[in-house]
Write a protein that binds this ligand. Sequence first.
Ligand code: FE
Length: 136
Amino acid sequence: MYPEFAADAQRDRDNPAAEEFLKQVKESTEHADTFREAAHRFGLLKFIENYHADRYAEALEVLNGGQTATRVAGEDAKTRKWICKKCSMIYDPVAGDPDSGIAPGTPFEEIPDDWECPICGASKKTFKPFEEKVAA
Ligand code: FE
């Protein structure tokens, strides 16, 4: 709506109003970018929270006399996930990290050494192979 308001103000030769509306266009665009980035990060957090919920459920099972779940890392680099030891962000090579220029299908080993965790900024060295629960 701001571009239309700006055009109206320009037609009315109200330059201060036109300038204000154009400023609002710029600010709204910046806010939209911020919200898009936040939405993306929340999307990544979903996997982290699911992982934590899974680990707590397993711990509860053990407290109730159950067995510790067996966890193993995948063997195929093209599908093996890696987890950030600092924040639990899970790198999935199938999805890659397009926001950081890592194309889908990129094995963790092929990511440049200066890549950083998109959630907490930890270095690539902070990641370890993600061990997934083996179905009993
Ligand atoms: Fe992290």
